[in-house]
Write a protein that binds this ligand. Structure first.
Ligand code: ADE
Length: 233
């Protein structure tokens, strides 16, 4: 696939900076709705990069701004996540196969949790061509990475009960707070997308302590993977 313009959305500056360090000639390209989007180059590819802020609304709004104003060929959401699957350790990578918003709940009206009423799907499929490229890049970097389901909600997950619910009811492999909102907006705009997340914590009772300690390492790993994917495409 020929990607010439890639949009990269991070929730936090710590994540954005780890992508930015792999770009050349970084310059401002758009200020809108509180967003400061920059453009940089990776070889011949233009990369639009931004810190969108934390949570689903910030992520959704930023995705639509990127699409309307800059029209990238594909959108990436890059950053850190809490592990839900037991095989994942800090620094490991999850590449989205699909994403779902886990905190949308109309179960009192009869819909299963996570189902968005009146939409034809609530489990959004990621671009599988780029997902395969990302898997290869993991192998090249020698890091443990695999495809998985990303579940997103406006909650930091830091207890075993909630974590187990996300595994049982959503089959989530990792939890974060933005990816599925980007996926949802991309789906509505028929834009391909991919989430790449590196594990900072295990979304359990120790997450409050391990997250601040490991988020920098995890963000660096995610940035390295981004660079490796870009080299290959
Ligand atoms: N991002 C990183 N760790 C997370 C967690 N445990 N819950 C939600 N978002 C996260």
């Amino acid at each position: 696939m020929d990607w010439n313009k890639i949009g990269v959305i991070c929730a936090m500056d710590e994540e954005r900076d780890e992508v930015m360090r792999h770009l050349e000639n970084v310059r401002p390209v758009l200020q809108k709705a509180g967003l400061s989007i920059v453009e940089g180059n990776f070889g011949k590819i233009s990369v639009y990069l931004v810190t969108a802020g934390i949570g689903k609304v910030n992520s959704a709004m930023c995705t639509q701004v990127m699409i309307d104003s800059l029209d990238p060929d594909i959108l990436l959401n890059i950053g850190v996540a809490g592990a839900l699957a037991p095989d994942l350790e800090q620094g490991d990578i999850i590449i989205s196969e699909a994403a779902q918003e886990h905190d949308l709940d109309c179960s009192d009206l009869g819909d299963p949790k996570g189902v968005i009423p009146r939409m034809d799907t609530s489990i959004f499929p990621a671009d599988q061509t780029l997902a395969q490229d990302a898997l290869k890049a993991c192998e090249q970097l020698g890091c443990h990475g695999r495809l998985g389901k990303v579940v997103s909600g406006d909650q930091f997950i830091a207890n075993a009960e909630k974590k187990n619910m996300l595994v049982r009811e959503f089959q989530g492999d990792c939890a974060e707070m933005e990816g599925a909102a980007m996926a949802h907006v991309c789906y509505l705009n028929q834009k391909p997308w991919l989430i790449i997340r590196s594990i900072s914590d295990k979304a359990d009772g120790e997450a409050e302590l391990s997250y601040p300690e490991f988020k920098f390492l995890a963000a660096r790993r995610a940035g390295e993977l981004f660079a490796c994917i870009m080299k290959n495409i």
